[in-house]
Design a protein around this ligand. Structure first.
Ligand SMILES: Cc1cc2nc3c(=O)[nH]c(=O)nc-3n(C[C@H](O)[C@H](O)[C@H](O)COP(=O)(O)O)c2cc1C
Length: 162
C-alpha cells in the first residue's frame, strides 16, 4: 500500500451537524486522514484512499441527496476496485438514521467494502420544521466519539490491521 494512502472522510451536511462530526473525526485521525465534501469526491480520490468514513445526515428516511449523488457518480468507475477496504459511518439524524445507515451499508456491500467499526448514529432531536432547519450544535461527548472513531480508523489503516 503506498504511504500516501489514507483514510478518506467523506461528508455532507445541510445544517452543520455532520460537518462537525466529520471534522471531529478528522481531528482524531490527524495527518492520517483527508476530509472531503461529498460533492468534491472523485473516483480517483476513492481509488487512492486506503479506507473510508462516510458522514452525513438522514433526510426523508434516506441518505442525503448530495451523499447519494457521490455514490451514484462514483459507483461504477470504482466497482470491482475497492474490494476489502475498510469503512465506517456516522449518520446525523433528527430522530432515526437507520435507513440512511442501511443504504450506505448496501452500497458498501456492492463495493465489497468491509465494515470495521460499529455504526455511529447521532440524534439531534430535531423534529419540528424550525428545529430541523436550525444550525446544529453537537454535544461534546458525541464529538469525542467521532474523534475516537477517526483515530481508530487512521491507526488501523497505518498499522495494516484491517
Ligand atoms: C429535508 C429533511 C428531511 C429530514 N428527514 C429526516 C429523517 O427522515 N429522519 C431523521 O431522523 N431526521 C431527518 N431530518 C433531520 C436531520 O437528519 C437532522 O436535522 C440532522 O441533525 C441534520 O444533520 P446535518 O446538520 O448534518 O444536516 C431531516 C432533515 C431535513 C432537512
Amino acid at each position: 500500500m503506498p504511504t500516501d494512502c489514507k483514510l478518506l472522510i467523506i461528508w455532507h451536511s445541510r445544517t452543520g451537524g455532520s460537518e462537525a462530526l466529520g471534522r471531529a473525526a478528522g481531528e482524531g485521525a490527524g495527518t492520517g486522514a483527508q476530509l472531503v465534501a461529498a460533492a468534491d469526491v472523485t473516483p480517483d480520490a476513492l481509488l487512492a484512499a486506503a479506507g473510508y468514513l462516510f458522514v452525513g445526515p438522514e433526510n426523508l428516511a434516506a441518505l442525503s441527496g448530495a451523499m447519494k449523488e457521490m455514490f451514484d457518480r462514483c459507483y461504477y468507475p470504482c466497482l470491482g476496485k475497492l474490494e476489502g477496504r475498510p469503512y465506517a459511518t456516522i449518520i446525523c439524524a433528527g430522530s432515526d438514521g437507520e435507513n440512511a445507515q442501511r443504504q450506505i451499508d448496501r452500497i458498501a456491500t456492492g463495493w465489497r467494502l468491509k465494515r470495521v467499526a460499529d455504526p455511529l448514529i447521532v440524534n439531534t432531536a430535531a423534529q419540528t420544521p424550525e428545529a430541523i432547519l436550525a444550525p446544529k450544535t453537537i454535544a461534546e461527548d458525541r464529538l469525542a466519539e467521532a474523534r475516537d472513531l477517526g483515530a481508530a480508523l487512521a491507526q488501523g489503516i497505518a498499522a495494516g490491521i484491517f
